[in-house]
Design a protein around this ligand. Structure first.
Ligand code: G1P
Ligand code: ZN
Length: 543
């Protein structure tokens, strides 16, 4: 087979971030745009010759075409083998598992996670390394460096072949294995959890609603929950992945998963509710009329993970991203295991997991996971919860209430100010950083600042230092505010303000979250002048 070498030149702004390269779908569809970046991924990782990769995506608009392009480019770059999900479908945790299970050289995931899809939505390309996790900075830096000097890309002129049928085919010397997207993932889950206990619980009448949000977890949840575990038919809603996620925003939080929130309210509500995002790595957990915050979910999963066979021997340690609430710290302390605080983004957990320092980790942004893969895993969190509930016997709301009684409650909320001009966002953060040294001891809105800093992380495994990861302001009495700019937005800047307040075991733990946090909200407005800088007097999204 003859391959084409196409002359090209560097394209501005192809800098992969925490979650790969994310842009508007229209940008990815510009002639040569995707090809340029894929070639840089290959070149930046030592070339594709002789290598094996996993390739799949969340089914959003342009997924199939992009997979065809990657197959043709892998063939022209001399790759040996690709493992591709049938119809181009693979969830992010499923890709991570396949990379590890097959010992591949990495994987390419097509997704913009929870960002809306469709012709006018977002698209993304992410490279995962041989450990199954998001590429570490030295790899993304090498890929980026390549984007600055690229002059040609290689591609097979032919049709990429048929990925709609399970089986194998060849494109030149490249072998393409089209696999069932769910089978290997289900096998892994079966090895971690007590499927018999969960199945018995469902057979005994336990009711679940899982909202796949028209995204990638639909086929996984249908097969595992309704199939293998015998949840009632119809338990999984919005189960068919659609190119534009049914016009919705596949972000599992109370704002975007409002359909689930409605189902989970009132007398007739199921016992347990859950949702996952575009590419299946995030999760949202609910009981009847109750949203379980991701930070609380992490703390509770840590406290009760021993109910699942895979974690019955205890956890080596836990990790949370810095903005995540400190609820899990208190659990770790009581369990006598270390708790690590890392910068935002899953990649920072990778070293800790690889070194065996932690078993479970999580982020406030609805990501929870363990050492079973190197990505957060939405359905894993749901299955761990089901395993815990099946063994524990209490319902989730009761279990959480008892937990607060014993450990105290960390009231927690995130306020996002979206699409603000980049200069205004930078001005706010710079002004705040300049004032950091003067904040300690200040009294604002009835709260006293204990200390304030700009979070820096020294990786305990490779000693690398990551600085400027967000401003932390700690108040006397355990309240805390964190401010940072999003690294995943595609338009303007997003300011994230994370608010927390601790109420010890003796409290009543029953306050409405925003009300409980109102002094902290007022304090951060005064300290950071959010309204003055952004022109907004309230957040766009409150979760
Ligand atoms: C967001 C979340 C972060 C998560 C990342 C990728 O990043 O806040 O926790 O790891 O998406 O899913 P951000 O936009 O805040 O940089
Ligand atoms: Zn995601």
């Amino acid at each position: 087979m003859t391959f084409l070498t196409v002359q090209t030149s560097p394209i501005e702004g192809q800098k992969p971030g925490t979650s790969g390269l994310r842009k508007k779908t229209a940008v990815f569809r510009e002639p040569g745009y995707l090809e340029n970046f894929v070639q840089c991924v290959f070149d930046g990782t030592g070339g594709a010759a002789g290598k094996t990769y996993v390739v799949g995506g969340d089914g959003r608009f342009f997924n199939t075409e992009a997979i065809g392009t990657i197959i043709r480019m892998a063939a022209a770059n001399g790759a040996k083998r690709l493992i591709v999900g049938q119809n181009g479908i693979l969830s992010t945790p499923a890709v991570s598992n396949l990379i590890r299970k097959n010992g591949t050289d990495g994987g390419i995931i097509l997704s913009a996670s929870h960002n809306p899809g469709g012709e006018n939505g977002d698209f993304g390309v992410k490279f995962n390394a041989a450990n199954g996790g998001p590429a570490p900075e030295k790899i993304t830096d090498a890929i980026f460096a390549r984007t600055q000097g690229i002059s040609e890309y290689r591609i097979a002129p032919d049709d990429a072949g048929d990925v709609s049928t399970i089986g194998n085919y060849r494109l030149g010397d490249l072998q393409v294995d089209v696999i069932d997207p769910v089978a290997d993932y289900e096998e892994l889950m079966r090895a971690l959890f007590d499927f018999d206990a969960i199945r018995e619980m469902f057979e005994g009448g336990f009711r679940i609603c899982f909202d796949a949000m028209h995204a990638v977890t639909g086929p996984y949840a249908k097969q595992i929950l309704e199939g293998t575990l015998a949840a009632a038919p119809g338990s999984v809603i919005n189960a068919v992945p659609s190119p534009d996620f049914g016009g919705g925003h596949p972000d599992p939080n109370p704002v975007w998963a409002s359909e689930l929130v409605a189902i989970m309210s009132g007398e007739r509500a199921p016992d347990f509710g859950a949702a996952s995002d575009g590419d299946g790595d995030r999760n949202m957990i609910m009981g009847k009329d109750a949203f379980v915050s991701p930070s609380d979910s992490l703390a509770l999963l840590t406290a009760y993970a021993h109910h699942a066979p895979a974690y019955s021997g205890g956890l080596s340690g836990v990790a949370r991203s810095m903005p995540t609430s400190q609820a899990v710290d208190i659990v770790a302390e009581r369990l006598g295991i270390p708790c690590y605080e890392t910068p935002t983004g899953w990649k920072f957990f990778g070293n800790l997991l690889d070194a065996g320092k932690v078993t479970v980790c999580g982020e406030e942004s609805a990501g929870t996971g363990s050492d079973h893969v190197r990505e957060k895993d939405g359905l894993w969190a749901v299955l761990l919860w089901l395993n815990i509930l099946a063994r524990d016997g209490r319902d989730i709301v009761q279990l959480r209430r008892d937990h607060w009684r014993s450990f105290g409650r960390n009231y927690y909320s995130r306020h996002d100010f979206e699409e603000i001009p980049t200069e205004a966002a930078n001005a706010l953060m710079n002004a705040l950083r300049r004032r950091l040294g003067t904040l300690a001891g200040a009294r604002v809105a009835g709260l006293t600042v204990n200390e304030a800093d700009d979070f820096a992380y020294a990786d305990p495994v490779d000693n690398s230092l990551t600085e400027h990861q967000g401003v932390r302001i700690l108040f006397q009495g355990g309240a805390r505010v964190v401010l940072r700019l999003s690294g995943t937005g595609t338009q303007g800047a997003t300011l994230r303000v994370y608010l927390g307040r601790y109420e010890g075991p003796g409290g009543d733990h029953g306050q409405e979250v925003q009300a409980a946090l109102s002094p902290v909200i007022e304090a951060v407005e005064r300290i950071a002048d959010i309204t003055k800088h952004t022109g907004r007097n309230k957040a766009d999204i409150i979760t």
